[in-house]
Design a protein. Structure first.
Length: 312
């Protein structure tokens, strides 16, 4: 059995260092100490680069074009607090986001490296926004990342998001750019959500093809979140299917129900946690290679200010 305990030093958010009225400098940084039991060779004490979320540094901006239209952009880099290195080295300076687009009364269209439409829904349905400690507990790909490259962002993505009343619709397409094979290396995703008072419902679908289109990975997810007094409750279900590269081999399946909560104990103290149960079949596309994986996390966060907190 593997146990993980994280005690942080400090997590803080720096925002709104403004060079111009339409440009914002923003970021998150955190660090701590991690103790892990059950690893090969015994327990382990190590540096933790932020269990709440990834450390990021970014710039975003918008220009008013008139008629309710805006030109927008975002550049966002991920880094490791312990070493200062890029989170995705070498070569990916803006590994988290790098897009430009237009926003208006009928929605927003963006072009570049970004989250796909399903990932937006996965983030909304997870107590920790599908990052940090959440990603260390279950296969992160269930939230919409690229199964074949283990990347949570998609390159060369065209994405649309539109909100109409309480409903929001999303769609994204990431072409692979392979001549003669439109599927190779591509991703397509759609998602929708509906908000009614304190209730949020969401559902999404995606398909990703590997580099030569010999395999695909499909994710279907749905769920709800509901604010009840000081608590926000989370319920979701995700289904991941991966085709086999060899003819006759079975599909891999991961069916993952999850529950979670974020409870505001006081204005300065917040408790959150979640449990995920992975019903896995035909792992590595091998018949009979089934398994069950129950994983949970709990986190206590104390806010020293609006932008700075301690957590464990």
């Amino acid at each position: 059995m593997k146990r993980i305990i994280v005690v942080s030093a400090l997590a803080c958010v720096a925002a709104d260092a403004v060079a111009q009225s339409s440009v914002t400098l923003f970021g998150y940084i955190g660090a701590g100490v991690r103790w892990t039991d059950g690893v090969k060779g015994g327990s382990q004490i190590g540096f933790d680069n932020n269990a709440i979320s990834g450390n990021i540094f970014g710039i975003k901006g918008a220009e008013d074009l008139g008629g309710g239209m805006q030109a927008i952009f975002m550049l966002q880099s991920g880094f490791l607090t312990g070493t200062g290195a890029l989170a995705k080295s070498p070569g990916l300076l803006f590994s988290q986001m790098a897009y430009v687009g237009l926003s208006g009364p009928y929605g927003r269209v963006t072009f570049g490296r970004q989250l796909n439409a399903l990932e937006d829904i996965g983030i909304a349905l997870d107590p920790n926004s599908a990052q940090g400690q959440s990603l260390s507990t279950i296969p992160g790909v269930v939230w919409g990342g690229n199964f074949f490259t283990n990347d949570s962002r998609f390159n060369n993505t065209i994405k649309y998001v539109g909100t109409f009343g309480g409903a929001t619709v999303r769609g994204s397409y990431s072409p692979g750019g392979v001549a003669g094979n439109q599927r190779a290396g591509s991703n397509v995703a759609v998602g929708t959500s509906y908000r009614f008072r304190t209730l949020l419902l969401g559902a999404a679908y995606q398909t990703t093809w590997n580099a030569d289109a010999s395999q695909w990975a499909r994710t279907i997810m749905g769920g709800a979140t509901w604010q009840v007094g000081p608590a926000r409750l989370y319920l979701s279900y995700s289904d991941l299917a991966v085709s086999a590269a060899k003819a006759g081999a079975p599909e891999r399946r991961d069916r993952i129900p999850a529950v979670g909560i974020v409870y505001q104990v006081t204005p300065f103290l917040q408790l959150s946690g979640a449990t995920y149960y992975d019903f896995a079949q035909n792992l590595k596309n091998t018949g009979g290679a089934d398994g069950r994986k129950l994983t949970s996390y709990a986190m206590l966060q104390y806010f020293l200010s609006k932008r700075t907190s301690l957590y464990a």
